[in-house]
Design a protein around this ligand. Structure first.
Ligand SMILES: *Cc1c(COP(=O)(O)O)cnc(C)c1O
Length: 492
């Protein structure tokens, strides 16, 4: 293969990626069953001799692209999944072409400089303390784990124990407090850093999943690690940070504890002045924060960010001493993250922030929240039950029994309730979700909320606008009418 052929491979790949980007908005949000069946094209034995690169990429596009979820578009509302800004996607291509290892400045001066630049921009944009360390990891799960590992070592140091040298066996104990509504990955992270998934004090949550500050335990002695949350994964609700920070500050001892915040998507609310004031009071009083770039900032996978107020514990926890690793005054990513070799995720974040600007990030947040509010109000008008207070980008809905009435898309019309038994709200809500997923024009999934199934919509794509919100509401109401008709006739 000569050099020109190599370049042709890249040109072909770029053309296919552009073709995908050009058509993603007209694709269904979920692939058709035929497209998924078409994945059988990949079921070939490992070739004995290598096959041509262009044909390989062609197979990837022909069989793979149709079997994607169109989460890069504006009509995918499942989980909490962002799309990708064009500048971020383009920066990602260049980053891959550069093939830089961001572990050390000596390995990539450009990655190191853009790390510094994004650190300053992010702390300014989010209003976090100017001295914070900022590190890039694979996602909020690892950002939580990195912050919690640093917190663990710091609290044990205060108790006279060097956990990096001596591990956790025999270490003095300290208490860990989490909210009932903590994301599952917080427990996973606690397990990973040796603090235990179950050895925690669980603070009850209110009806929106917020930690109840009045229920914080009053019988703990010694330092405490508190894991709070900005953006409950179902409702989008924020914990009462001021009250939690006050509780922590009232505790005895010179350095009473560590407050960590999981803000996988919610932390970005800090960039929107109205939501910052309304939701985030006290959020910046924490000691560490975890968030995602790949969700609401709309960069590609995989990009998580950890912010730690005092860089020293982070460095102590993640330093890997080796003869060839210079210990200078530069920021060495490999000495502040669980990784050694690492992707230069800051390059995409830089491109996203530079093209959006302060106002653009605020607008990204505000538009998603507005779309969520619009969907919620259209669904409520159409007879669905909106279960949560829509304070951010998350909407929970249920379809209740037919006697409650349902307005279809063509205006308010009550479907005939069946004579005898009515299908339950539980069965109807599940049928609604199945109907939407089979329809495929938009995509939403189920969640369990207060012991009941609810359909969850997360508006996290930069592309979702008011037209998409209206479209989504129409699809949902049409599917609700279908689900109701189907279940009602099944009972008849
Ligand atoms: C998504 C999410 C996580 C985990 O983030 P990953 O990027 O998937 O690792 C943690 N906490 C909350 C609140 C989330 O929404």
């Amino acid at each position: 293969m000569d050099r020109e052929d190599d370049l042709d491979v890249l040109r072909a790949a770029a053309a296919m990626a552009i073709d995908y980007a050009a058509t993603v908005d007209s694709r269904p949000a979920a692939p058709s069953p035929e497209a998924v069946a078409g994945l059988a094209a990949f079921d070939e034995p490992l070739p004995e001799a290598g096959l041509p690169a262009q044909a390989t990429l062609r197979l990837l596009h022909d069989a793979g692209s149709p079997a994607t979820m169109a989460s890069a578009g504006g009509r995918y509302f499942g989980f909490v999944i962002g799309a990708t800004l064009p500048a971020a996607l383009g920066a990602s291509w260049l980053t891959d072409a550069w093939d830089q290892n961001a572990a050390l400045p000596a390995m990539s001066p450009v990655a190191a400089r853009l790390h510094d630049v994004t650190r300053g921009w992010l702390l300014d944009l989010l209003g976090l303390p100017a001295g914070c360390a900022v590190t890039y990891v694979t996602g909020a799960t690892m950002a939580n784990a990195a912050c919690l590992a640093a917190a663990r070592d710091e609290l044990l140091t205060r108790l006279g124990w060097d956990s990096q040298a001596d591990g956790l066996f025999g270490a003095p104990a300290f208490d860990v407090v989490i909210g009932e509504g903590a994301h599952s990955t917080v427990r996973k992270s606690l397990g990973l850093v040796g603090l235990g998934r179950s050895r925690v004090h669980v603070v009850p949550a209110d009806d929106q999943g917020r930690m109840r500050a009045d229920a914080l335990p009053d019988d703990l002695t010694g330092p405490v690690l508190v894991c709070a949350q900005a953006g409950e994964v179902n409702t989008g609700a924020f914990d009462p940070f001021d009250e939690i920070a006050d509780w922590l500050a009232r505790r005895p001892g010179p350095a009473p504890g560590w407050l960590h915040v999981d803000g996988a998507f919610g932390l970005w609310a800090l960039a929107d002045p109205t939501r910052r004031d309304r939701l985030a009071a006290g959020l910046t009083r924490a000691d560490s924060w975890a968030t995602d770039g790949h969700k609401w900032l709309n960069v590609t996978y995989d990009c998580g960010l950890a912010f730690v107020r005092d860089p020293a514990p982070l460095r102590r926890t993640f330093t890997a001493a080796a003869g060839y690793t210079p210990a200078g005054d530069t920021f060495d990513a490999m000495h502040h993250t669980p990784q050694s070799s690492q992707r230069a995720r800051q390059i995409e974040v830089w491109a996203a922030l530079r093209t959006l600007g302060r106002a653009g990030v605020a607008d990204l947040v505000a538009r998603a929240c507005d779309a969520a509010a619009e969907i919620a109000s259209r669904l409520a008008d159409g007879g669905l039950t909106v279960v949560n207070d829509v304070v951010l980008n998350q909407v929970l809905v249920r379809l209740e029994a037919p006697s409650a009435g349902l307005a279809g898309t063509g205006g308010r019309r009550n479907l005939e309730a069946s004579g005898g038994d009515e299908p339950s709200g539980e069965a109807l809500t599940r049928a609604l979700i199945a109907e939407i997923q089979a329809d495929g024009r938009i995509w939403c999934g189920p969640t369990l909320w207060h012991g009941q199934t609810a359909m969850r919509l997360s508006v996290s794509s930069w592309k979702t606008d008011s037209d998409d919100a209206a479209f989504a509401a129409d699809v949902i109401l049409t599917c609700a009418a279908r689900a109701q008709a189907r279940l009602t006739s099944a009972i008849d």
